[in-house]
Write a protein that binds this ligand. Structure first.
Ligand SMILES: [Zn+2]
Length: 273
């Protein structure tokens, strides 16, 4: 073999080898998944064969927004490990539908925000009911752990959150709100625009002060007073579950939420109903 020929053979072998090493890494990249999703969808395994979009929110979107919604759902499911623990085999659960519901809810909240949303979280663990956390020594319905990058949810609480849309209580939305808040505050992700966040925080402080004096009668449940993170999570639950009532009860705070999430659930539903 000639010297130059030898050179090309070695180079080719090295390229081949490195592409094998790199392929699994590339396959996990967002740009690669996006390329496939938008331009080569026939190479993808359908996420939910036979399942129609189960989120009513989807129906209120324009065709372009629907495509974006579907992409985000796809990316969330393929980049997040959603695992069910301690479920009895006799419990009949459509695991794929549950994963799809979680990804839909996450996409609804983040649809008009950065694609980096939830990237710090790679795992969602679901228990049948309240679970014991050895870290806090207590039973929990849900938990968002930014250090370890996971969210834990109780299946019963998750379901009851969606069963009643009028109470402004939704565990999944609550924990996802924590995830975004922590990414923005702790990890310096640019989830929210600084100006919009500041305006929200001013109104949140005003609302909290009013809550302190109003007693039990306030639109938000008392739990919102725990701290800034819990207040935000409760605000998010109400914003997406009962926006009309939220806007009527706390119009100024509602407006800051519209600017924060770059969407107005009231207008979205009304204009395209
Ligand atoms: Zn919380």
């Amino acid at each position: 073999m000639e010297k130059s020929e030898q050179f090309w053979t070695i180079l080719f072998a090295m390229l081949l080898l490195s592409s094998f090493v790199a392929l699994p890494v590339i396959r996990e990249q967002r740009w690669y998944k996006k390329l496939l999703f938008y331009y080569f969808p026939k190479y993808l395994v359908p996420l939910t064969p036979g399942l129609k979009p189960i989120n009513v929110y989807y129906k209120a979107l324009t065709p372009e927004e629907r495509k974006r919604f579907e992409w985000r759902v796809y990316y969330f499911i393929t980049s997040t490990e959603i695992s069910f623990r301690q479920f009895k085999t006799t419990q009949l659960i459509n695991y794929n539908a549950a994963r799809y519901l979680i990804a839909s809810c996450a996409s609804q909240i983040s649809l008009f925000l950065s694609e980096d949303c939830y990237d710090a979280f790679h795992k969602i663990i679901i228990y049948p009911d309240k679970y014991y956390s050895p870290i806090t020594g207590q039973y929990h319905k849900g938990e968002t752990n930014p250090g370890a990058g996971y969210i834990v949810l109780s299946w019963n609480s998750l379901n009851s959150g969606f069963a009643n849309n009028a109470d402004g209580i939704n565990l999944l939305m609550h924990e996802l709100a924590h995830a975004l808040w922590l990414e923005n505050k702790m990890f310096d992700y640019e989830i929210f625009e600084a100006e919009a966040l500041e305006a929200y925080e001013v109104m949140a402080a005003v609302t909290k002060a009013n809550m302190q004096t109003s007693g039990e009668e306030h639109f938000f449940r008392r739990y919102a007073l725990t701290n800034d993170e819990e207040f935000f999570a409760v605000a998010v639950e109400n914003f997406f579950e009962r926006p009309v009532q939220f806007s009527a009860a706390l119009p100024d705070l509602y407006t800051t939420m519209v600017n924060l999430f770059k969407q107005d659930p009231i207008k979205l539903y009304a204009s395209r109903a």
